[in-house]
Design a protein around this ligand. Structure first.
Ligand code: HEM
Length: 580
């Protein structure tokens, strides 16, 4: 009885919000009634509804199917409303009490702000989120169903959040999306141990050894671009992504995935598609947070499944081969063979897998899990970084010219010489260009954290336990307080110090990107090779970037990274490839 009265008083309070949101949702249901809604019902029912509809159609001869949909939708919504009101009311009440002073858009009970975003594609979603954050300020709350998200974009709050010892848990939703538990997703104790091991393997000496792979695969990229360099516009993202995939597979497992797949590009295609739309799923369908729903949904995600299956198969085979080809065979793994193993490995080019085996702290399964994680975490994000940088250089020709001048100064007459790690450290201006690119377009625009205990921020707001904090780095990076004239692409702006948490393209605190040095070196090597060989132009100009920004797990461009590429001169294309 008490529940019923508190629920009704809550509804009364929210009545104005309800009316506004109901209008939104009505429009949505109407527009999607013949496609999305049928799919959802079919998904829930596992097929029985198909038969029932045929039966209903017969029964309802003369009855308009549209009204049958309406009746069904109202009954379902009402049942859902009742169930969620009763089941989640105590938690909701607590969360609302804590966040009543946090600004945010009007919400509908049960659905919260879902209707605001439900009809959006990823570009519109991103634009709405930016507009809402601009309107409400550096801390904004959103209700997505019964889940509370608090979006934060000021450096002080971000610092207290990311450096907090209590809050290192990544959001459960992201874990479900990636279906994994490597260090990107693992929490607490497991994360601490694995993080320490992986970080120690990405040291300076090892990164120097990876230069060979960075350079070699960049040359393959230059060769691939040759057939596309006729001045016509094309999407450079898949070509760059193939390069970063080769690099990461080679440096992590010691095997070139292209050779392994023998030219089968299904893996690559699935990888480009996989995970792209995941965030859209999260904000449009908050019910995927539910364990049972998630398990039912898994089967329908063909691209992701295929990609992860391929990757796991690749890693299984590579690891088994590696262990079997070691001097004393697989059965001696975890024995005291480090010295002997090290001597064997030293005669060859080292990869991360060698180092993890040598380190002897992770089990074979754990090693496989981490390799998979690193490949997923490291491929697209570096490709997106390179693509944004090339697109910006294509817009700002004078900046591109300065980058080329710096390259010519470093490489002199031997412009095709393989870059070394010393060359990379001399590329100061290119580094500024990359930093400015990552400021304007951070490839990971959101960092999700589950709040495990009530936490007061510097500005007095409280992040309540069980809510999800979202660091919106894109907005932080475009805050005029930290970056005067923030929309301007100005590589020189990095000459002075700023608040450390006002620049977070690699995250920050304890979960800062474990491979940011690797990522910077790899991207620099690729960009240096491309700029030495080709002149880039971005046909749509700067507006074509901002207009098409879309936020999934990564920040990308909805219509692709379209550029025009022309060889600088015959002499600039490496001679080994001239007749290729
Ligand atoms: C320019 C390229 C890159 C950018 C912008 C980038 C960005 C990021 C960001 C923002 C995070 C933090 C996510 C969070 O706090 O929720 C992160 C974490 C991570 N990144 Fe990167 N990354 C890059 C390259 C790479 C590469 C090449 C690898 C693999 C070789 C990699 C592996 C990881 C891993 C494993 C984590 C999880 C660390 C943890 O949770 O302890 N990243 N990255």
């Amino acid at each position: 009885m008490e529940n019923v009265s508190t629920v009704s008083s809550c509804i009364f309070k929210e009545l104005p919000h309800l009316l506004e949101s109901w209008l939104n949702i009505t429009l949505n249901i109407t527009s999607q009634i013949n496609s999305g809604f049928v799919n959802i019902l079919h998904f829930f029912s596992g097929g029985w509804l198909d038969n029932s509809f045929e039966y209903m159609q017969t029964l309802g001869r003369g009855l308009n199917m549209f009204s049958v949909w309406w009746i069904l939708s109202i009954v379902l919504l009402f049942a859902l409303f009742l169930h969620l009101s009763v089941a989640h009311y105590p938690t909701q009440k607590r969360l609302r009490a804590f966040t009543s002073n946090i600004p945010g858009p009007l919400t509908l009970p049960i659905l919260g702000n879902v209707p605001t975003f439900a009809a959006c594609n990823l570009v519109q979603f991103f634009q709405k989120l930016v507009a809402t954050t601009n309107k409400y300020g550096p801390i904004v709350r959103f209700w997505m169903g019964n889940k509370l998200y608090i979006v934060i974009s000021d450096a002080e709050s971000i610092e207290s959040l990311l450096t907090s010892k209590a809050m290192i848990t990544k959001n459960a939703q992201v874990s479900k999306i990636l279906n994994g538990s490597g260090i990107t997703l693992a929490n607490n104790d497991k994360w601490k141990i694995h993080r320490r091991i992986i970080s120690s393997t990405f040291n300076g000496n090892v990164l120097d050894q990876f230069m060979g792979s960075f350079v070699q695969n960049s040359l393959v990229l230059i060769q691939k671009l040759k057939s596309l360099a006729d001045g016509s516009s094309f999407n450079i993202y898949p070509v760059i992504c193939a390069c970063t995939l080769d690099i990461i597979c080679e440096t992590v497992t010691g095997t070139n995935i292209n050779n392994y797949m023998e030219g089968d590009d299904v893996f690559m295609k699935n990888m480009l598609r996989a995970l792209e739309k995941e965030l859209e799923g999260t904000y449009k369908k908050p019910w995927v947070l539910n364990e049972w729903m998630h398990n039912r949904r898994k089967g329908s995600e063909g691209d992701k499944e295929t990609f992860v299956d391929y990757l796991r198969e690749f890693i299984d085979n590579v690891v088994t081969e590696k262990l079997e080809s070691r001097p004393n065979g697989f059965q001696h793994y975890r024995g005291n063979l480090q010295v002997e193993y090290l001597q064997w490995v030293r005669g060859r080019e080292m990869c991360l897998l060698d180092l993890l085996i040598q380190d002897d702290q992770l089990s074979v399964e754990e090693i496989k899990e981490e390799l998979c994680t690193l490949i997923v975490a490291g491929t697209k994000v570096t490709a997106v970084t390179c693509c944004f940088a090339l697109s910006l250089l294509g817009v700002y020709q004078e900046v591109q010219h300065r980058v080329l001048e710096e390259q010519e100064k470093i490489f002199g007459s031997d412009i095709h010489r393989a870059a070394t790690s010393k060359d990379l450290s001399d590329m100061k201006y290119l580094e500024q260009v990359m930093k400015e690119t990552l400021r304007l377009y951070p490839p990971v625009p959101f960092l999700f954290r589950t709040i495990e205990e009530d936490t007061r921020l510097e500005n007095g707001y409280i992040l309540p336990k069980e809510s999800c904090a979202v660091v919106f780095s894109y907005m932080t990076h475009r805050n005029a307080e930290y970056y005067p004239d923030p929309e301007l692409f100005n590589p020189e702006r990095f000459s002075h110090e700023n608040h450390p948490y006002a620049y977070i393209p690699f995250g920050g605190g304890r979960r800062i990107c474990v491979a940011y040095k690797y990522g910077m070196m790899e991207a620099k090597t690729i960009l240096s090779a491309v700029i030495r060989a080709y002149r880039i132009t971005t046909p749509g100009g700067a507006e074509s970037l901002d207009r098409n920004l879309q936020a999934g797990v990564l920040l990308t461009l909805a219509k692709g990274f379209n550029v025009q590429v022309l060889p600088r001169s015959e002499k600039v294309v490496p001679s080994v490839f001239r007749d290729g």
